[in-house]
Design a protein around this ligand. Structure first.
Ligand SMILES: Nc1ncnc2c1ncn2[C@@H]1O[C@H](COP(=O)(O)OP(=O)(O)OP(=O)(O)O)[C@@H](O)[C@H]1O
Length: 278
């Protein structure tokens, strides 16, 4: 350490022991917030069903009796409130913002519940968007939560970086679709997870197949699934497959994702309970 050390590493080039110690960039959540597990839901590109998987995971965990929350980090394309039929706006007081609560008790914070007009576009620069996501963690009074799912914007830009640095993320669920180059998406996600020191917990293939409502034959419309093969290749222990189901869209449009009867992600919920604990 330099004799004239003022403990401000940003203004000093000296390579001393205090500099080489890794510094945590984790942001403090709001006082009174205790979140046991944070899971980031990511995808390589938009439109593959990341928000659907985030919503279904939260619904599934809630059905298993957990206190569940969704932090919608997709600031410029928030779709979570609509699928839960949330029309009201978030309220707050001088100490912070209250999340909106869905019909079954899932807590949600999303840009759409803060905007005066949910149809207004959010035209902000990257750092402002990342700042908003960080505030969803630091300024929202989440209370006691067992599982928080973070709906990430697609790709690997400012927001994912902010989420991985500022929130205590336990693991990542990667959503892919059969049309994509699964192995490239998975490789990217794995590299990001290594850089951020957060494990990839599972691989969810959306729109994996279509099941005929009459004869129940499963047809892999986009060709054979490669998700299990990729998971095996990269040592990812959990996979799940969601069918193409027009009633997903119908339930989301009605704001009734919690009323969707099937539980395709029940095994994923059990898997998370197993690896992360209750
Ligand atoms: N398995 C499915 N069967 C039928 N419709 C689906 C399925 N998955 C997603 N959809 C529909 O496709 C649209 C896009 O899904 P979703 O919003 O979950 O994708 P996303 O990856 O989060 O997109 P974005 O990156 O734009 O936020 C939605 O209208 C959704 O209802």
């Amino acid at each position: 350490m330099s004799e004239s050390c003022n403990h401000d590493c940003s203004s000093c080039g000296s390579s001393c022991s205090s500099r080489t110690q890794p510094q945590s960039l984790l942001a403090q959540p709001h006082e009174g917030t205790h979140v046991k597990h944070v899971i980031a839901v990511v995808s390589g590109k938009g439109g593959v069903g990341k928000s659907l998987v985030t919503s279904l995971m939260a619904v599934q965990m809630r059905r298993h009796g957990f206190k569940t929350a969704i932090l919608d980090a997709d600031i410029t394309g928030p779709s979570i409130p609509k699928s839960f039929g949330i029309t009201g706006r978030a309220t707050g007081d001088e100490t912070g913002i209250f999340p909106v609560v869905t019909k079954t008790g899932i807590e949600v914070m999303s840009m759409n519940v803060l905007l005066e007009d949910a149809a207004s576009p959010v035209v902000w620069r990257g750092p402002v968007i990342s700042g908003a996501v960080k505030q969803f963690w630091t300024d929202v009074m989440w209370g006691d939560i067992d599982y928080m799912f973070v709906d990430m914007p697609p790709g690997t830009g400012d927001v994912p970086l902010t989420v991985f640095q500022s929130l205590p993320v336990d693991g990542i669920l990667v959503v892919t679709s059969p049309q994509e180059l699964v192995s490239m998406i998975v490789e990217k996600a794995l590299k990001m997870s290594e850089m951020m020191n957060v494990p990839v917990l599972g691989l969810i293939e959306n729109m994996s197949y279509f099941e005929c409502p009459n004869c129940h034959e499963r047809v892999e419309i986009y060709g054979p699934s490669r998700v299990d093969e990729s998971a095996q290749k990269y040592g990812i222990s959990h996979t799940a497959k969601l069918p193409i189901d027009p009633s997903f869209a119908a339930h989301c449009d009605k704001g009734d994702i919690e009323g969707y009867p099937a539980d395709y992600l029940a095994d994923t919920a059990k898997f998370l309970e197993g690896v992360l604990g209750k």
